[in-house]
Design a protein around this ligand. Structure first.
Ligand code: BDR
Ligand code: CA
Length: 313
């Protein structure tokens, strides 16, 4: 088995927490560092949550590096109405004892890029502020690494590829569209797990699966229940946004992607943060593609992975 080295860039976040469980529960992946970014909650809260999750998992050996405390240009927002006041739903984990790494997110991304090159894949499941800063700081980075897998965007490539914070924008891209624009135009090889598939009813975590997890009665399943119960009850199930990006790296054969040319709207009155797919004259232009977007998921295998790696661990 080839080990994939990753940096997990995150704004924890309830579904980010599930992405941690999947990443650290998957022997195919080596997490070189966790980097944090403001998004679902303030950077301070998200950074603390990342440490709590690493302590829960017994992985305090993994460096956790602080990143952007706000978007590049715009005002800071958050999504506490979905993720709860702490960012971890109804879960309450002990105050973390582990120290943050001295390096910043951008520093560790640059160091690991130079050390691991094509063996390194960046996984970004929050706003793209840190990744944009890393690309601006080292314009060669896109050609040095294996690539970038993101949770982000709504591409209108399936009936579910529409917005969650506005009619057309997905939260991570909307939160820092300027950063997303830099990243999509950087020529870094990109795979996107967007709302097209993460909100597809066949791929979500159903209430039945949630009950199955509850019945496991372990410390790990209890954490998942505490994290997700509020969202599951409110939205009749749970969209596995961030875990889907990690799952793509664990086993890409579960997914079908479509190559397309994507740019990001930064100034539209109604469309800020929209990921616009070039589709003039009803044609998706594959020749000038800068991203691969997940458009189909083998639901059975994806859910099996979630149950085995996230829930059972
Ligand atoms: C994305 O936004 C956040 O709320 C989630 O953590 C996920 O990364 C979904 O739009
Ligand atoms: Ca997230």
């Amino acid at each position: 088995m080839t080990l994939k080295h990753i940096i997990l860039d995150t704004d924890p976040g309830v579904d980010d927490a599930l992405a941690f469980l999947l990443a650290f529960g998957s022997p195919e992946l080596t997490v070189e560092a966790v980097t944090t970014v403001a998004g679902n909650v303030s950077h301070e809260k998200g950074h603390r949550n990342a440490k709590q999750l690493l302590e829960f998992l017994g992985r305090t050996d993994v460096p956790v590096c602080g990143g952007a405390v706000r978007p590049l240009v715009r005002q800071l927002r958050h999504a506490e109405e979905v993720h709860g006041e702490t960012g971890l739903g109804g879960a309450s984990l002990p105050e973390p004892k582990m120290k943050s790494d001295n390096r910043s997110a951008v520093q560790v991304i640059h160091q690991k890029t130079d050390e691991l090159g094509k063996e390194l894949t960046l996984v970004a499941v929050g706003p793209l502020t840190n990744i944009a800063a890393a690309v601006v700081g080292d314009p060669e980075l896109p050609s040095k690494v294996n690539g970038l897998v993101i949770m982000g965007g709504a591409f209108n490539l399936t009936p579910y590829g529409h917005g969650n914070v506005s009619a057309v924008a997905e939260f991570n891209v909307w939160h820092d569209p300027d950063a997303a624009k830099i990243v999509f135009n950087s020529s870094i090889p990109m795979v996107c797990a967007g709302l097209d598939t993460t909100t597809h009813p066949d791929y979500r975590l159903s209430v039945e699966m949630f009950k199955e997890i509850e019945a496991l009665g372990t410390r790990r399943s209890q954490l998942i229940i505490d994290l997700c119960r509020g969202i599951v009850e409110r939205f009749n199930g749970f969209s596995l946004h961030d875990p889907m990006a990690v799952a793509y790296l664990v086993d890409p054969t579960i997914f079908k992607t479509r190559r397309c040319r994507v740019d990001v709207e930064t100034c539209g009155e109604l469309t800020k943060g929209m990921t616009v797919v070039e589709r003039r004259h009803h044609r998706i232009v594959e020749e000038e593609a800068n991203a691969e977007v997940i458009v189909e998921v083998d639901a059975k295998r994806f859910h099996r992975l979630i149950m085995d790696r996230v829930a059972r661990g």
